[in-house]
Ligand binder design. Structure first.
Ligand SMILES: [Ca+2]
Ligand SMILES: [Ca+2]
Ligand SMILES: [Ca+2]
Length: 262
């Protein structure tokens, strides 16, 4: 009798009803600190869900992350509930680092309304070839390339995503190693566009002098641009005589001739 037969003889002779096996009672994953992450809003990468337990009836697990068992990071931020995830302390706070292909993190989110959002992630990398994907309840919403030249140089990567309303599981899958990620920020698309435009050229009210064809100054007006001043002058009731007038920017001396017909 070999050892295996011996083992079966000893253990199975008691009858299979004697074998006690207590399955782990399944427990769902839960939002970190009991707080569902709101979209629009900022989600810290390190605030992924607290893992649940066991296996559900449909065969799905209640894991909230996947990572190699070693903690490569220097932060103990999640040492109690997720010690395997590689968290690091950086100048901007805690970040998720050592992101290897196949690692993933999940976040329970509440999305204010269905529609288009601009996702901005703060990331660092030392290569041109890293990437991650984002999905909602297992359905991919974005594939985001990440590149960089320093682990200390965090920069924004953006993607437009279409999201459903309500409570869902947002998941980040590492599709190509390596990169570090500090946070994900979601904004309504229109608000993000307005903010970008304002950032590019903040309109400022400026003064323009109005002269007649003889060089006599008739007055001063305020407008956001020289072209706006031109159209204001053309539509103004205060110029009653048709003819050629001149607008000059008080600030930079730019001049524009305006022909007014009545
Ligand atoms: Ca790890
Ligand atoms: Ca990892
Ligand atoms: Ca962070």
């Amino acid at each position: 009798m070999n050892w295996l037969e011996d083992y079966f003889a000893k253990n199975l002779s008691k009858g299979k009803n004697d074998v006690t096996f207590t399955p782990v009672e399944p427990e769902p994953q839960l939002p970190f600190k009991g707080k569902v992450r709101e979209i629009p809003g900022k989600i810290e990468a390190e605030d992924f869900d607290v893992p649940g337990k066991g296996v559900n009836e449909d065969g799905t697990t209640n894991a909230s992350y996947s990572d190699d068992s070693e903690n490569h990071g220097d932060s103990d931020y999640r040492k109690d509930d997720a010690p395997a995830v590689d968290l690091y302390n950086k100048a901007t706070g805690v970040i998720v680092g050592y992101n290897q292909t196949g690692d993933w993190l999940e976040y329970t989110v509440n999305i204010a309304e269905a529609g288009k959002y601009v996702m901005t992630a703060s990331v660092a990398a030392e290569s041109e070839s890293a990437s991650f994907s984002l999905s909602i309840d297992g359905k991919s919403v974005a594939e985001v390339p990440v590149s960089g030249s320093s682990w200390d140089d965090y920069k924004d990567v953006t993607a437009e995503v279409t999201l459903p309303a309500g409570k869902h599981i947002l998941r980040m899958d590492v599709t190509a190693e390596y990169f570090d990620v500090d946070y994900f920020n979601f904004e309504f698309k229109n608000e993000a566009a307005i903010r970008t435009n304002v950032h590019m050229a903040t309109p400022e009210l400026a003064d323009y002098d109005v002269f007649d064809v003889n060089g006599v100054r008739l007055g001063r007006m305020s407008a956001y641009s020289l072209s706006e001043a031109v159209s204001m002058l053309k539509n103004s009731n205060s110029i009653k005589i048709q003819g050629v007038y001149m607008l000059r920017s008080v600030k930079n001396g730019a001049v524009k001739t305006v022909r007014i017909t009545r």
